[in-house]
Design a protein around this ligand. Structure first.
Ligand SMILES: *Cc1c(COP(=O)(O)O)cnc(C)c1O
Length: 391
């Protein structure tokens, strides 16, 4: 049967020879997945990953990435979401129903709290904040309706490191599920399942990408039934990730542990230099003595992210601290972290804590994310900006 060229270019008979092997896996892009016959179409079940049904339910590329992220976190199953925040909201939506209550640490990643406040509240799901530095306070906060406790180690921006194992045990004793935002630990510095956590979420946007050029999140579990509950929510919400982004992550993962260690080392060098500067009132970096929760960091972690905050002394005005940030040249002003470029963001500490001011948080907070530039150059940049702003 002779066919026109447009048809021939689509239904071309050539197939490349099998048996190609390269160091990196191939990249498969699909919305449509082709079935060999109607029987296959009817037989395949997207739930069990035994075959392919539709791009949203996975391709060899996303299945491969899921397996590697599950291994990274020490879990058994993984779901991918289009951002870290989407991974957080997926867990909430999949596991909570009207009348339930959610507990969040008071230093939780801000948008997670905003989701609870603005969306979950409208669906009749309440949330309460607990002090993550007080295990007894969490135990006391758990009520009949509590169905999920989020944990973060360390807390976003203010960097307090909680007694993670203690918090997880308190929730488990009451039969309540725990979910850890492990973006900081990245599965390298901290592994949540070793400390009794049920669900480990991560913003792959940060360390696993390392490029500051993609958004993705993961939800890892060890329990098949729990995974299935979250997977149903994932399916109903229509969450998918792009093959090109999955490809970038598969490209970046082999270097993850090396980047994490290098950024940890550089971060500690720069933090310890900054801590000694007269304008600095306090360093907030869990690997440093005197930072809130340092003993818990030692008990739980084998490393630290290249991320820390500094409190500039209250005697300076906020405008002076802003001038310091503006004077930086290599440190760029921007959100997110763990990319090659060092970043800096000033935060208003008073607006960060819904639970009221904390005595250890006095002064003007600036968060630093250390990239991959040479430490000496970053230090020189900080020195010139300190001199320009504080004299
Ligand atoms: C960045 C971040 C997220 C959200 O990740 P996105 O991909 O930016 O949505 C969640 N939790 C923490 C701790 C983060 O730092």
């Amino acid at each position: 049967m002779s066919r026109e060229l447009t048809t021939e270019l689509i239904h071309h008979p050539y197939a490349a020879p099998p048996g190609f092997e390269a160091a990196q896996p191939g990249v498969y892009k699909a919305s449509t997945v082709i079935f060999p016959d109607v029987a296959a179409l009817r037989a395949r079940d997207w739930r069990h990953k035994q075959g392919y049904t539709y791009g949203l339910h996975g391709t060899p590329t996303t299945f491969t990435l899921e397996e590697r992220i599950a291994t990274l976190e020490g879990g058994a199953q993984c779901l991918l979401a289009p951002s870290g925040l989407a991974a957080i909201t997926l867990v909430d939506i999949a596991l909570l129903a009207q009348g339930d209550e959610l507990l969040l640490p008071d230093n939780v990643y801000g948008p997670s709290r905003e989701f609870a406040r603005h969306e979950l509240a409208r669906w009749g799901i309440a949330h309460r904040l607990y002090d993550p530095m007080d295990v007894a306070a969490l135990a006391a906060a758990i009520g009949e309706r509590t169905k999920l406790v989020w944990l973060e180690a360390p807390g976003s921006v203010t960097m307090e490191f909680p007694d993670l194992a203690g918090l997880a045990a308190a929730a488990r004793a009451r039969g309540v599920l725990t979910a850890l935002d492990n973006t900081w630990g990245a599965g390298i510095g901290l592994r949540g399942f070793d400390h009794g956590i049920d669900i480990v979420m991560q913003a792959l946007t940060k360390y696993p990408s390392g490029g500051a050029d993609l958004l993705m999140g993961s939800v890892v579990t060890r329990d098949a039934a729990l995974h299935e509950r979250i997977k149903l929510g994932h399916m109903h919400l229509g969450l998918g990730v792009a093959a090109n982004d999955a490809e970038l992550l598969l490209r970046s993962l082999p270097g993850l542990a090396l980047r994490y260690a290098a950024q940890d080392r550089a971060g500690r060098e720069i933090a310890s230099w900054l801590e000694a500067q007269p304008a600095v009132r306090q360093l907030l970096h869990p690997a440093f003595e005197g930072s809130p929760g340092h003993a818990h960091w030692r008990a739980h972690c084998s490393g630290a992210a290249g991320l820390f905050s500094v409190l500039f002394d209250e005697r300076y005005g906020a405008a002076q601290v802003d001038a310091f940030v503006d004077a930086l040249r290599l440190f760029r002003i921007g959100y997110s972290w763990a990319g090659p470029t060092s970043l800096v963001v000033p935060y208003d500490v008073r607006a960060l804590r819904a639970g009221g001011p904390r005595p250890h948080l006095r002064g003007h907070l600036v968060r630093f994310s250390i990239g991959l530039e040479a430490v000496a150059d970053l230090r020189a940049d900080l020195a010139q900006a300190l001199a320009a702003a504080f004299g």
